[in-house]
Design a protein around this ligand. Sequence first.
Ligand code: ZN
Ligand code: ZN
Length: 339
Amino acid sequence: MYHFCVSPIYKEFTGFWGFDQLWEIIRTQNYEALLTLKGIQAFLRPLIPVLLLIEIIRGLFYRRYSHSQHKISLFTYILNRFISSFLSIAMVAFCIGLFEPYALVKTTLTWYWFVYGYVIWELAHFVYHYFGHKVRLFWCLHSTHHAPEYMNLSVTYAHFFLEAPYTDIIRTTICILLGVNPPLLFLIMFIDGTWGAFIHIGENLLKDGRLGFLNKYILTPSHHRVHHARNPLYMDTNFCNLLNIWDRAFGTLQDEKQSMEIEYGISRPMKKGDFLDAYFGEIVALGKDVYHAPGLKDKILYIFMPPGWSHTGDHKTATVVKADYIKEHQQELSLGAKP
Ligand SMILES: [Zn+2]
Ligand SMILES: [Zn+2]
């Protein structure tokens, strides 16, 4: 009976740390396995949870740790752990089965197709992420990730449970249709997931997130900090994950300005540290707007127009807020043109 109760919790615990595969390699002393793809994955998987632990310990040591800085992320992690991952895996499998026969090109597991696959993956990521910010309904799914008013590795785990299936439908469909074959796709997903978690590293552990010269070529923690900011100039920028090519192509790349301190969070006033508000707040707000909209057309527009759109014409969308800000601060911005 004792075992019966403890074992799933124990499994959940070891599963979170991702040490099981690495432990297996150490136990069997099969160190050559570390040179294989599976081995590299086994080695990298515990990286983010361990970094998160170091981040928390450092915070405790320097007395900067506050429980509220991880609360929203922790609650969403627990809720998502069971429902979201299951739905997400099902969606990926479903999209592969449905769209693979219609793939435009045929790829193999070679380095050049890997490069091709990564560029396509970044495009697919850009598309899902862009619409997650620009369509109010999808923002309801994505906003939980932007709710924390701090930045640390636990934010990686803060997501609304339906966001992963939505994300995976878009990303998998685009990739499969453009010929990224499933093994290649899973390899890219793994790299992307690890990097996507790492860019949430907080200032406590990595003060300057620009990673030196890399800031010019890839999407760094600094870029992703900008993405999580509600400063008008920073809103709706840096949608990419590792390569910033599509942000460059679509003009949404924004470097961190040393003169502008990042304010994390979303622009809607939130109940501080309230998990329910972080999780359902945007859905409630959308429900209210749809309910109060005068006609059917406006009700539908609320669902599909960007967050901040209003039937009265008094829009508070990121584009409007940013344009107003630039107009107001034109002089300062041109004076402080250097980053
Ligand atoms: Zn986002
Ligand atoms: Zn993020």
